[in-house]
Design a protein around this ligand. Structure first.
Ligand SMILES: *Cc1c(COP(=O)(O)O)cnc(C)c1O
Length: 404
């Protein structure tokens, strides 16, 4: 029998663009995971806001295995039942009239940005191509999406980058007013900046962006790759704001761990994605859409969504208790089960140091930049797992504060 893969194999065989923790998880159930040595972990990371129903949820395993025994893939020369059913469900449950499928968040945004440009081109001519996005924003890793994203470190060294993109300050309408004009085709915004530090948009900001778009005949593109599919406590975070997007992108939690992404839009905009303008080999893949439909159907219920709000309160309470003892956090923020704890001045830039300490205690957790500890657990994480995870986090923070 071949020896089991080891962490050293990562350095030996994989490109060095990641630096994973030492332990290698081999199986998971709900919000618990076990590594090669059978050590157990509580999962507050959720595969970075992906495993919205935890690991191996029966509804997802059931949908995946049923579809695996029927039909996997056809190409877009044909359509298939799971894709049609998922599109119908998404249209019925959101502002959208039409859905486009792909396999990741970056691809959903790539489609969204191309559609915004093409729609403006079709209706107003090529001069209307300016895209306004925000500093600290994250929209994916393709060259177009890192360029629209607001973190220069992700596009540095990959130039020349696409032009016609400008960046405003998040939650600052005046900074948008100085940039927007009639040549603007789209404003692109995350309702909660995820990678940028778990910062929710204010209602005035989202509503102001909608008004500015309307005044300048630009499209409002809402990137809900991280905030969508129940994460915020509503099916999509835009629903908290009383604002209707023109285009919405969704991925991560949509597949609950299976790669699937979608772009949603209206009948006013969709015609610009005419036959042949855009596509993706795997977009609408039958396995992906079958799992996506099961995830969406399971999450989009009053019980699960109310449970997200309840768990948000629990997370906050626990974090505040830890903070009263150790004073490591300056602010605890976020929506639903996307929660950020910003490090206090004494621990500035040290969020990442908590990751190995937490892992040692049996807890998986995330950061969002150098200064924010991030949690994006399963939306149905049992309360006992929250308690146990928080007890482990407290031990890890204790070690951060007093390493002796
Ligand atoms: C993760 C993320 C993306 C990129 O998604 P991928 O599936 O990694 O391509 C885009 N936008 C936001 C807001 C994200 O959080």
């Amino acid at each position: 029998m071949a020896a089991s893969p080891t962490r050293d194999d990562f350095d030996r065989y994989m490109t060095p663009n990641y630096s994973p923790q030492q332990a290698i998880p081999v199986r998971g159930e709900g919000s618990r995971l076990w590594d090669q040595a059978d050590k157990e972990y509580i999962d507050f990371a959720g595969g970075i806001a992906v495993n919205a129903l935890g690991h191996c949820h029966p509804a997802l395993v059931g949908a995946l295995t049923a579809q695996a025994n029927k039909l996997w893939h056809l190409s877009n020369v044909y359509t298939n039942e799971p894709a049609l059913a998922l599109a119908k469900q998404m249209v019925e449950r959101t502002f959208a009239d039409k859905a486009y499928f792909c396999s990741s968040g970056g691809e959903a945004n790539e489609a969204a940005f191309k559609l915004a440009r093409r729609w403006a081109f079709d209706n107003f001519g090529e001069k209307k191509h300016k895209i306004i996005s925000f500093r600290q924003a994250f929209h994916g890793r393709t060259l177009f999406t890192v360029s629209v994203g607001g973190q220069p470190k992700y596009s540095e060294g990959f130039g020349p980058i696409p032009g016609g993109i400008v960046h405003a300050e998040f939650n600052d309408l005046d900074s948008v007013r100085t940039l927007i004009d009639d040549d603007t085709c789209a404003i692109v915004v995350e309702p909660i900046q995820g990678e940028g530090g778990v910062t929710p948009a204010t209602p005035e900001f989202m509503q102001g962006l909608r008004e500015l778009c309307d005044r300048h005949q630009a499209l409002l593109v809402v990137d809900e790759v991280q905030s969508g599919v129940g994460r915020s406590g509503k099916l999509y975070a835009y629903m908290h704001y009383g604002v209707t997007p023109d285009i919405l992108t969704t991925a991560k939690a949509l597949g609950g761990g299976f790669p699937v992404g979608a772009m949603l839009t209206t009948d006013r905009v969709a015609p610009s994605l005419a036959v042949g303008t855009h596509g993706s080999t795997y977009g609408g893949n039958a396995l992906a859409c079958a799992v996506g439909l099961a995830a969406l159907t399971t999450i989009d219920t009053p019980e699960v969504l109310a449970g997200v709000e309840r768990r948000h309160a629990l997370f906050r309470e626990h974090l505040e208790v830890i903070n009263r003892k150790y004073g490591v956090f300056k602010e605890i923020r976020g929506m639903g089960l996307l929660i950020g704890a910003e490090m206090s001045d004494d621990f500035e830039g040290r969020a990442r140091d908590i990751l190995p300490l937490a892992l040692e205690q049996g807890l998986m957790i995330l950061v969002a930049g150098p200064n924010v500890l991030r949690m994006a657990p399963s939306l149905v994480i049992p309360e006992a797992d929250i308690q146990e995870g928080m007890a482990r986090l407290e031990l890890a923070i204790g070690q951060l504060v007093d390493p002796s």
